[in-house]
Design a protein around this ligand. Structure first.
Ligand code: SF4
Length: 486
């Protein structure tokens, strides 16, 4: 356990995030008063004063490091940057480690170069700023800047003011993967409720369609869960309701996740295609059967390949495949094998996720055997993924991080030139309002560049069905309150 005493609690969150980045598996407590238990192996004291910031580190109560800096500018954001630089330099020195993203701990690092590009900064100026202010590595700086430039290109011409996107959640899966952190329910348990769920969802979609009539719907993302757990006729009805409620005149992308290969059929893909779905995602996560069994994905590698070819057969020319690196028992050779298998399939985009330690911890709770296995990710693995994608002309187009990711890396979407997922960029850059329908769905209203508000639905499927009027009312009253609709 790591105990941190700070004299200004308003910095507690930033201090906690950065220390966690160095010690992802340790419990870190940051408080105003000093505490010490017998599990405490590191004690840290942070003093932020008007003139100076001081940082002291004790191991088993013996002082190891002490460092201080003069405050250059009292503006809070600048003090925070200086504080994080100080913590970083002491911990980096003490642990002998550097972090690829330096002091950046937020989940949207690309927002920084994006904002600077919009203000007219050059790539060189942005690179200097990211390296000197956040101590980002050269590689991550270059990655973030190249993605920001590509995102700008993809989003060019989108109307942020009048345009919006729509998320539709189908919270059912054939079975629950052991690392799952989404609110998904096993279809078998909920089969009898699927119809009721769809009725509730259709009511919510009808409300949104009416409330946003006259606005420009730019992208739709049907995710979950696994939307393709619905039958072909249920998918047909869902897509029919979308067509009935929304004007597709400005629609640039309609994605449906077909994530689990054990949920798809040619007929389902044909229904999607017939209703104008432009992009599907078939997710292998890994092409190693042993790992698939370990992580509770109850499908085979063969089924993944079949699902991919079915999507092609139905006419899809924009197929994404999701991978996870850092899975139990997987190191460079296993990841290499997965990437080679994907090179044979030739998807149009690949999203490489780095397993978050939080999820990995949940994995370990389930089976003792995970305890014996390393959960490894490394720059070498991330580089391998980058090179493999580049060989297929798939280049990075969006990026996000999660708290406590294996190796403190990131999730990166790679895509062919014209196959970048626009919704994925929009959700990361928070440029446009995203209305969300379904259990656990959270709508994000972008009121202006600095003001975003969330309106959330309940997660529980039964609650969502029984309280659907209340979910609609939440949106209605929010829209009335901020005067943006109805
Ligand atoms: S397919 Fe995705 S949403 Fe479904 S259980 Fe697995 S991780 Fe969760």
């Amino acid at each position: 356990m790591i105990e941190v005493k700070v004299n200004q609690e308003s910095f507690a969150y930033d201090i906690h995030s950065l220390i966690k980045a160095f010690y992802p598996e340790e419990e870190v407590n940051v408080r105003e008063k000093e505490t010490f238990t017998e599990d405490t192996f590191l004690q840290i004291a942070v003093d932020v004063r008007d003139e100076e910031i001081e940082f002291a580190l004790y191991e088993n109560q013996a002082l190891q490091k002490k460092s201080r800096v003069c405050v250059k500018n009292p503006e809070r954001k600048l003090v925070k940057n200086q504080l994080k630089q100080l913590i970083y330099s002491v911990l980096s020195d003490y642990t002998g480690r550097t972090l690829p993203w330096g002091t950046l701990t937020g989940i949207r690092p690309v927002k920084i170069p994006m904002a600077m590009l919009e203000q007219g900064s050059s790539n060189v100026e942005i690179a200097d700023y990211m390296r000197s202010t956040y101590l980002c590595s050269n590689e991550k700086t270059a990655l973030a800047i190249s993605i920001a430039n590509r995102e700008r290109e993809v989003l060019k011409g989108l109307d942020y003011q009048d345009g919006y996107s729509l998320y539709v959640g189908i919270p059912f899966c054939p079975s629950i993967c052991l690392y799952c952190s989404f609110s998904s329910s096993p279809l078998k348990l909920w089969e009898k409720q699927v119809e009721n769920y769809l009725q509730a969802l259709f009511s919510e979609l009808r409300f949104i369609g009416k409330a946003y009539k006259g606005r420009k719907l730019n992208t739709i993302y049907v995710g979950g869960g696994t939307p393709t757990t619905l039958t072909a006729s249920q998918l047909e009805r869902l897509l029919g309701v979308l067509e009935e409620c929304f004007d597709y005149g400005y629609l640039k992308e309609l994605t449906v996740e077909a994530g689990r290969p054990d949920s798809v059929t040619l007929e389902k893909f044909q229904v999607l295609k017939a209703h104008g779905v432009t992009r599907v995602s078939v997710n292998p996560q890994t092409m190693n059967q042993k790992t698939l069994c370990l992580i509770g994905r109850k499908h085979t590698v063969e089924q993944t390949k079949e699902a991919f070819y079915l999507a092609r057969e139905a006419g899809f020319d924009n197929i994404n495949m999701d991978l996870i690196v850092g899975l139990p028992g997987e190191e460079l050779p296993q990841v290499q094998h997965t990437l080679e298998e994907l090179q044979i399939l030739k998807p149009d985009s690949i999203t490489v996720h780095s397993l978050a330690v939080k999820r990995a911890a949940r994995l370990r709770l389930f089976q003792d055997e995970y305890r014996e296995m390393g959960l490894k990710n490394s720059q070498e693995i991330m580089d391998l993924a980058y090179l493999s994608c580049a060989e297929q002309q798939l280049y990075p187009y969006y990026l996000y991080r999660q708290k406590n990711m294996a190796g403190n890396f990131e999730n990166v979407g790679y895509a062919k030139v014209d196959k970048a997922g626009i919704y994925n960029i929009l959700i990361m850059e928070e440029k446009q309002t995203i209305l969300a329908a379904g259990a656990g769905a959270a709508s994000k209203f972008v009121l202006n560049a600095d003001h975003i508000e969330r309106v959330e639905n309940v997660k529980d499927v039964a609650q969502y069905i029984s309280r659907i009027e209340e979910m609609i009312e939440r949106k209605r009253s929010f829209l009335l309150r901020c005067g943006t609709g109805i």
